[in-house]
Design a protein around this ligand. Structure first.
Ligand SMILES: Cc1cc2nc3c(=O)[nH]c(=O)nc-3n(C[C@H](O)[C@H](O)[C@H](O)COP(=O)(O)OP(=O)(O)OC[C@H]3O[C@@H](n4cnc5c(N)ncnc54)[C@H](O)[C@@H]3O)c2cc1C
Length: 469
């Protein structure tokens, strides 16, 4: 049997009892009330049955859980916000080290820093930081977990102005694969900080983070501008030049789909659309002028206006509800070529669910000014991350293969134009895809770090980087 692959049922009952007596959080075994809730994650298509879910109350609990796994050679997974699409935060029969009850967030307004426990969601961090007029660059859906998003990179509305989430990560507390709690910063274990800045959950259980936060808002110029799908190529001809030219304070995201959201008026619901979503974090008048070239194209709906940063952050939460079923694949593109746009548009005409979509994140700016080898994150020069996401309801379970097929066929068209992928947008896609998320040099350095900090690959229910031999 490979190392760390035993089931919780293999642990002698007295050892489990002793662990339970020491553990301060909650434990959920298959026979316990609350077990099914505890094994429920964002992607309702995932149905894994862990042997034990150890929902930690604090870092000491996380240490105890890692030590239990080491003593009994257990299969392990680590859960933050539970939003990994592949469900790798859960493992069948093994031990889930669940941080989701550790959600404290503390802001130091004077220093401009945020201290965040590993179970917090982006929304919890956003709200706490905004009460000081601050924000930590993170993702675009507030129910996503800070932990997994950070460890893979973290792209969102502030990427171009203030960099990736990992570019703002100053310090972390980590339970390493030998069961020790260590502090990681530029001064203590700096190579581990390098690895945490993109290397995912490979190096240990992070129990807390310290981030740099930046003044943002409270008002930004942001919101969706909708065009009929058939106008996408024409809109993209303008968008392409405009997006390249605009200051870092502007980040845009494109969403190509059938219109479906509470903010879409009834007559437009279901219409195939290309949505340009600018978010400008600078002086309001300047932002209104900046988005003018897109407005002048004559959209069918224009909701881009001055609005609170917190409101904008939550605007797309309802399009990706927890519990729906999801499957996605992703590519990084250097440029948004007419061929790539055409592939996206053609597939959108034959989209198999009104909830499915293709989302395109604009990158560059501050993120691209960090050197490629400076952090464990992959390719800094990528221009766009494209995520093709099929979404269906649990009652449509029987149609899953149709929705999955739609994603795969668009992915097959886009992949030849791509040189990589963002690790946090990977499903369970195998070692080559993980390698392509980092590029060979960063991957090899991460594998070397893994050999030092987790030589037996205890933490492998993730986008795994096996230890270098
Ligand atoms: C609706 C939605 C919107 C998203 N939007 C964005 C976005 O705007 N920008 C972006 O960059 N990404 C985005 N993502 C992708 C997101 O970054 C990843 O899904 C990320 O893994 C989610 O982290 P989590 O903690 O919620 O998930 P989990 O499933 O809990 O964790 C994912 C993996 O991270 C590791 N991990 C989690 N917590 C810890 C920890 N405390 N210590 C060590 N390892 C840990 C584990 O390997 C785990 O398998 C989005 C995902 C979803 C589902």
């Amino acid at each position: 049997m490979p190392a760390h692959d035993a089931a919780v049922t293999d642990v002698p009952p007295p050892a489990l009892k002793a662990f339970g007596d020491r553990f301060r959080g909650r434990l959920f075994g298959p026979a316990d009330a609350g077990y099914d809730d505890a094994r429920t994650i964002w992607n309702g298509a995932i149905d894994r049955r862990p042997g034990l879910i150890a929902r930690c109350a604090d870092a000491r609990d996380a240490v105890a859980a890692v030590r239990l796994a080491l003593e009994h050679d257990l299969r392990v997974s680590v859960r933050g916000g539970g939003h990994g699409v592949a469900g790798l935060s859960l493992c069948d029969d093994g031990l889930v080290i669940d941080l989701s009850a550790m959600r404290g967030v503390r802001i130091d307004g004077e220093l401009g820093e945020a201290y965040v426990e590993a179970g917090a969601t982006l929304g919890e961090l956003d709200r706490a930081a905004q009460s000081f007029g601050l924000a930590v660059p993170a993702g675009i859906v507030t129910h996503t977990g800070v932990a997994g998003l950070t460890l893979g990179g973290g792209i969102g509305w502030l990427t171009r102005k203030h960099g990736l989430t990992v570019d703002n990560l100053l310090e972390a507390e980590v339970v390493t694969a030998n069961g020790e709690l260590v502090r990681v910063s530029e001064h203590e274990n700096p190579e581990l900080l390098w690895g945490l800045r993109g290397g995912g959950g490979n190096f240990g259980v992070v129990t807390s983070f310290r981030f740099r936060a930046h003044p943002i808002g409270p008002i930004v110029v942001a919101g969706p501008i909708l065009f009929p799908l058939e106008r996408t190529a024409e809109v993209m001809d303008v968008y392409r030049e405009w997006a390249l030219d605009t200051p870092d304070a502007l980040t845009t995201i494109l969403n190509v789909r059938r219109a479906a959201a509470p903010w879409v008026p009834e007559p437009l619901q279901g219409l195939p659309v290309c949505i340009v979503i600018p978010c400008w974090c600078g002086p309001i008048e300047e932002g209104l002028a900046i988005v003018e070239p897109i407005r002048r194209l004559g959209p069918i709906l224009d909701l881009c206006e001055p609005r609170p940063w917190l409101e904008h952050q939550q605007m797309f939460d309802g399009s990706v509800e927890p519990g729906w079923h999801y499957y996605w694949k992703s590519v990084e593109l250097d440029a948004l070529s007419p061929d790539a746009v055409d592939a996206i548009v053609q597939h959108t005409w034959s989209i198999t669910s009104t909830r499915s979509y293709t989302i395109v994140f604009q990158l560059g700016g501050a993120m691209a000014r960090v050197g490629d080898g400076d952090t464990g994150y992959g390719r800094r020069a990528a221009g766009y991350d494209v995520n093709v996401n099929s979404v269906w309801l649990p009652v449509e379970r029987a149609d899953a293969s149709t929705h999955v097929g739609w994603v795969r066929s668009l992915f097959e068209d886009l992949e030849p134009m791509s040189r990589g992928v963002y690790v946090n947008f990977l499903g369970e896609e195998g070692r080559d895809r993980v390698r392509s998320a980092y590029g060979p040099e960063t991957y090899d350095r991460l594998a070397g770090l893994k050999a030092r900090f987790d030589p037996t690959n205890l933490f492998r229910s993730n986008q795994n980087i096996p230890p270098a031999v």
